[in-house]
Design a protein around this ligand. Sequence first.
Ligand SMILES: C[S@@+](CC[C@H](N)C(=O)[O-])C[C@H]1O[C@@H](n2cnc3c(N)ncnc32)[C@H](O)[C@@H]1O
Length: 294
Amino acid sequence: MVWNEVWTGDCLQLLEQVPTGSVDLAFADPPFNIGYEYDQYQDRRTKDDYLAWAEKWLAAVKRTLKPTGAIFVAIGDEYVAEHKVRMDALGLTLRNWVVWHYTFGVSCTKKFNRSHAHILYYVVDPKRFTFNADTVRVKSARLTEYADRRANPLGKLPDDTWYLRPQEADDHFRSSDDTWAVSRVCGTFHERTGHPCQMPEAVLERIIRVASNEGDVVLDPFAGSGTTLAVAKRLRRRFLGTELSAAYAEGVRERLRTVMPETSETKRPVKVSLPRGPGMTKSEPAGLRVRKPR
Ligand SMILES: C[S@@+](CC[C@H](N)C(=O)[O-])C[C@H]1O[C@@H](n2cnc3c(N)ncnc32)[C@H](O)[C@@H]1O
């Protein structure tokens, strides 16, 4: 099997060529069936048709997973429950139902603006799976606010709601967040490729770091702009993507050509941004001021 490629075509057909039990981590961000404009895919199907298709691709991805494998599925409000039911039925085990809260969503006129998506995190075997806790820890309030000696100096695990706003884009996730708050990728962001619904690298970085190791195989059946594959390559994982649109797939190949696997010199430090209080200097963020425990 040759990895580190993006294949053009329908994932259902292409996944048949992927050996059973060969993938460590799958990330799938399928079309949400809400009328998004893609160049080829029609994102308005009947509910029955869309869900019958979801059942098929979920089963096809599950077949490729190793017994120690994991799958993350990003999905909107409309169909998250239906995807969960189908993943349960496949015998997968839910680890987290993550809420990714973003800003810069589509503005609505007759309902509240859309500002979150769901990420269902499942594993094949609840007793054997990769979870690199130390690679994604964030500083806890116990540590930064209360100088509590019981706090783990390495930080705590993030919550299951993830939050990252554009003004914090360089810092990715804030210290208190298990609600995944990452902005959508807006037109002005340097990572923007032109694909209509590109995921931010920060979200994929957290997922790939925690649920796979260097050299592992990461699969994305709906490659889109190639965010999963670009981050996988940077983090020195092997990868495979499938993408229906030839134009998008070509865009992914171009994007991948610009990505260098990180080395110990180029590795980005895990940054934790803390709130600043009034009158604080840059070197003294509010969250770091040690207060006496009451
Ligand atoms: C929500 S987008 C994925 C965005 C991606 N996560 C990113 O960060 O760029 C869904 C993608 O699935 C592709 N797609 C739709 N049906 C497909 C199929 N049957 N097989 C492979 N790709 C498909 C669409 O062309 C679209 O690019």
